[in-house]
Design a protein around this ligand. Structure first.
Ligand code: AMP
Length: 397
């Protein structure tokens, strides 16, 4: 029996992901996804080694979903209660100004995360539900909250602040918090290790391109800017989120189209980005539509790349030049065309992508810039679960 096992839980509004991580080896011992919570046709996929077991049927709420997932551990012969789980790590989206380090959860912490729901109404409430269910099922194990905003807590003031009335900003906690911090921190650490360099001596740009997408500029291991802001809506074009828009659009939609705040929220968070422009949010489907000749899909792709290049350009200037540019997450790790187009025509800045290296298939960290290129371009798989598990171990040791 090992005591390096950490259960990592990422609880969303209608789904819940979990992974049992061995923090000694970094391996996922088991993992699963509970989907369509609250629906009559819920399902759970649980993987343990090569074995995959599924459950189909109504999953009324998160508590039922997590209890079923725990039962699937039992059914696969690896009971969680007997596994010697040393901690449970919870991904929490918004830590506000209060939480900027992994934090052992007690009732007061749950209350505070709940209070921060005003800043993250789509994310913090389901995070809290996941925490409460897991605490009820594993009451004798420490539970640790790891915040998506934490890495960016110390952003320099010029990058952190919006140019609005300071009193209003202060009264309502309005600042740029940044998100995907666990991934940006993990990936930038892996980059330093991979290159055999000291992180404190490295200027890097990390491009986390998944269904949600964000960019960061990291100087000596510390972020100096990031593309997401008060909420995960700001910045790059995403699967269903618009990223940057003129805030004047919101007032215009309210005054001219009679849209209420919730309509606008839905429009920008769920019906924009690739989905809004092309009808699909998955990059593989977008690629297929482009191949089939869809001009809408091609336009969505062009806007996506244009925005990405704008951020890369900004961060190159902010850093005074980057030594490394890294692609990560679903799109960043898998789409050779996004990587090639994002960095096309930048040879003058010492940036190039080697076509052969870029299209080679690999699941591990790799260089895709040509040999001897002044700027190293990398693809590094992210692993937020491992980072959360390690943070949970570090704080409970
Ligand atoms: P993530 O949020 O990091 O899980 O990334 C999810 C997104 O990655 C999906 O919506 C897809 O658009 C994209 N993705 C996954 N696999 C591929 C692939 N082979 N090629 C292009 N995009 C992919």
């Amino acid at each position: 029996m090992t005591n390096s096992l950490v259960l990592v839980i990422n609880s969303g509004s209608s789904s819940l992901k979990y992974q049992l991580v061995d923090t000694d080896t970094g391996a996922a011992v088991a993992s699963g996804l509970v989907e369509r919570i609250g629906e009559s046709d819920g399902y759970i996929t649980h993987k343990c080694g090569d074995e995959v077991i599924e459950h189909r049927g109504p999953i009324p709420d998160h508590a039922a979903g997590l209890a079923l997932a725990f039962k699937m551990f039992d059914d696969s012969g690896h009971s969680l209660t007997g596994a010697g789980v040393r901690a449970v790590g919870h991904r929490v989206v918004h830590g506000g100004e209060v939480f900027y380090k992994p934090t052992v959860i007690d009732d007061a912490v749950v209350e505070e995360i709940s209070r921060l729901s005003t800043l993250a109404p789509l994310h913090n409430p389901p995070n809290v539900v996941g925490i409460e269910c897991a605490r009820a099922l594993l009451p004798h194990v420490p539970h640790v909250a790891v915040f998506d905003t934490a890495f960016f807590h110390g952003l320099p003031a010029a990058a952190r602040l919006y140019a609005i009335d300071v009193e209003v900003a202060r009264a309502h906690g309005i600042r740029r918090y940044g998100f995907h911090g666990t991934s940006h921190e993990y990936v930038s650490g892996v980059v330093a290790e991979f290159l055999g360099r000291d992180n404190s001596d490295l200027n890097q740009i990390v491009l986390h391109l998944g269904n949600g997408a964000s960019a960061s500029a990291i100087q000596g291991g510390k972020p100096i800017d990031t593309s997401m802001g008060l909420t995960p809506l700001e910045g790059l074009v995403m699967g269903t989120r618009s990223g940057d828009v003129d805030p004047g659009i919101l007032m215009h939609l309210n005054r001219s189209a009679g849209m209420k705040v919730d309509d606008i929220d839905t429009l920008l968070n769920r019906r924009s980005g690739l989905m809004g422009m092309s009808g699909v949010n998955d990059f593989r489907e977008l690629g297929q539509l482009i191949e089939d000749g869809s001009t809408a899909a091609k336009l969505a792709y062009d806007v996506y790349i244009h925005r990405l290049r704008r951020y890369i350009g900004a961060y190159l200037i902010e850093l005074g030049g980057a030594e490394v540019i890294t692609f990560t997450a679903g799109v960043g790790e898998n789409s050779a065309s996004v990587r090639a187009d994002a960095l096309a025509g930048l040879q003058k800045f010492g940036i190039a992508v080697d076509p052969g290296r870029n299209t080679a298939k690999s699941r591990t960290a790799r260089v895709i810039s040509p040999e001897g290129s002044p700027v190293t371009v990398l693809v590094v798989p992210t692993n937020e679960e491992l980072a959360i598990a390690r943070a949970a171990v570090a704080i409970t040791t």
